[in-house]
Design a protein around this ligand. Structure first.
Ligand SMILES: C[S@@+](CC[C@H](N)C(=O)[O-])C[C@H]1O[C@@H](n2cnc3c(N)ncnc32)[C@H](O)[C@@H]1O
Length: 295
């Protein structure tokens, strides 16, 4: 089995490349806008109804966004929450300062609305440091979000226990996670990827749900079937394809730095788990789930 060479760099150590590939390749290919619609629709119907039953409109509503990034979902949640709660504060945790700044700017741009205030507090660093050193981790939150971020937070069971300890008694944790996609398949087959990139991209929503249920939590699930068009991955001249490969492996400039043997092994695997459509496009089944977790 081929192994990593010394000049291969985990993507998490190259934040500039991470931003570039996330927004300019992965975000587009992974139909994030479609998934965004699904998450926000679910929030505006089911989650809002359950939150307004659980909490009084007059109290301050606290959101904790873990792996917040630019916080597109949390921004939408804040707008919806304003229709019922008079004061909403979102604490955002993320090691990417530029993404947190983007979120802060978006919150500042929210139109003022009578009798409701929105604010945010940011913790620039990994979740483990937030838990270990921030006074904000001692607060209890009405809603905790981990949207496409659980893979990055270290041992999942420890993370879940920490998140649950920060939840108010009638609070909720909202998770968006791959059920079974090209990345879970890749990381489960090539376990050295997790070991070398310190990401748990093999984590699936099934594991999250089963663990939460084993701890006595109730889990509402929304299944979102999806397909990713990964055709460009098989074209070694395609910059877009090479960016996708970086995301799928969580290594920066993978094609340029990995051995050709390793590259071939991955490409062959991706082909074996994909299908060809009638136009010759290569599609990978990439289902996601939205989980709403409560006591
Ligand atoms: C796939 S992005 C999702 C961002 C955002 N939630 C969204 O849906 O657009 C994953 C995020 O997790 C963040 N992240 C990576 N390692 C982390 C850690 N140890 N603690 C907290 N966040 C982390 C990344 O910086 C990135 O913003």
């Amino acid at each position: 089995m081929a192994i990593k060479s010394s000049n291969m760099k985990p993507l998490k150590d190259d934040p500039q490349r991470y931003r570039d590939i996330y927004y300019n390749a992965f975000y587009k290919m992974a139909l994030k806008e479609f998934l965004f619609e699904k998450v926000t629709q679910f929030f505006d119907t089911t989650v809002m109804m359950r939150l307004t039953r659980a909490f009084e409109g007059g109290e301050e509503f606290g959101v904790l966004g873990v792996g917040l990034g630019g916080g597109p979902h949390e921004l939408h949640f804040m707008k919806s929450l304003r229709s019922h709660f008079s004061s909403i504060n979102t604490v955002g945790v993320d090691p990417s300062e530029s993404m947190l700044n983007k979120f802060q700017e978006r919150v500042a741009e929210l139109e003022p609305k009578d009798e409701s205030s929105v604010s945010c507090q940011l913790f620039n660093g990994p979740f483990s440091e937030f838990v270990a050193g921030s006074a904000l981790s001692k607060n209890k939150y009405n809603l905790i979000t981990a949207i496409h971020s659980l893979y990055h937070l270290g041992d999942f069971e420890t993370t879940f226990t920490q998140l649950a300890s920060m939840m108010k008694e009638k609070g909720f944790i909202l998770v968006v996670c791959a059920k079974d996609n090209l990345m879970t398949k890749t990381f489960n087959k090539f376990t050295w990827l997790s070991e070398n990139t310190q990401t748990l991209s093999g984590l699936s929503s099934t594991k999250v749900r089963e663990f939460a249920q084993s701890q006595g939590y109730d889990v509402t699930t929304v299944y979102v079937p999806m397909q990713w068009d990964i055709t460009e991955v098989f074209d070694d001249q395609s910059e877009f394809g090479n960016k996708l490969i970086d995301f799928f492996t969580q290594f920066a400039f993978f094609r340029q730095t990995a051995s050709s043997e390793l590259m071939d092994e991955l490409v062959n695997f991706w082909r074996s788990v994909s299908i060809l459509d009638e136009n010759g496009r290569v599609l990978a089944l990439s289902d996601e789930e939205i989980l709403l977790i409560s006591k």
